[in-house]
Design a protein around this ligand. Structure first.
Ligand SMILES: [Zn+2]
Length: 157
């Protein structure tokens, strides 16, 4: 059996008065939210790139271009479902994903169980195979200044 690993990284700016979608969940009480062509779910985008990378299927921008009106305001859960389908078509099964979100606030930790619950079925894996971690950037750089949010992910298929 062949195993392959992939990594993904994504970043989005944060703006006042925007909904904040993260890990397939709308973060309650967030005063700033991520901005992008789709719903700007940085965690899902990083996972998609990790999975696509593991299967050597290019990247999320290649399949879902941010200049394509079809994906404007799109729920990123759709992208993850599609990526899972693409892997399935090539005969790959997802083993596990591990992610880290870098965000100054709000606190991500209380929402991680809901994110795992939202994401696991999209990848046809159990919640135990979805690890989500969160860290602040110790007030350094664009994350520290609350100008943006970024996420890393690795996936084994
Ligand atoms: Zn993105």
């Amino acid at each position: 059996m062949k195993l392959r690993v992939g990594m993904g990284f994504d970043v989005h700016p944060l703006e006042e008065g925007r909904n904040f979608y993260l890990g397939g969940v709308l973060l309650p009480g967030a005063t700033r939210g991520a901005v992008g062509h789709s719903d700007a779910d940085v965690l899902i985008h990083a996972i998609c790139d990790a999975l696509l990378g593991a299967a050597n299927l290019r990247d999320i921008g290649f399949h879902f271009s941010n200049s394509d009106d079809r994906w404007k305001g799109m729920d990123s859960k759709f992208f993850l479902k599609e990526v899972t389908r693409m892997l399935d078509e090539k005969g790959w099964k997802i083993s596990n994903v591990d992610c880290t979100v870098c965000l100054e606030r709000p606190k991500v930790n209380p929402h991680i169980p809901d994110m795992k619950k939202a994401l696991a079925p999209l990848m046809n894996i159990s919640e135990d195979d979805v690890s989500i971690k969160a860290t602040t950037n110790e007030k350094l750089g664009y994350v520290g200044r609350e100008e943006g949010v970024c996420s890393y992910a690795v996936a084994l298929i």
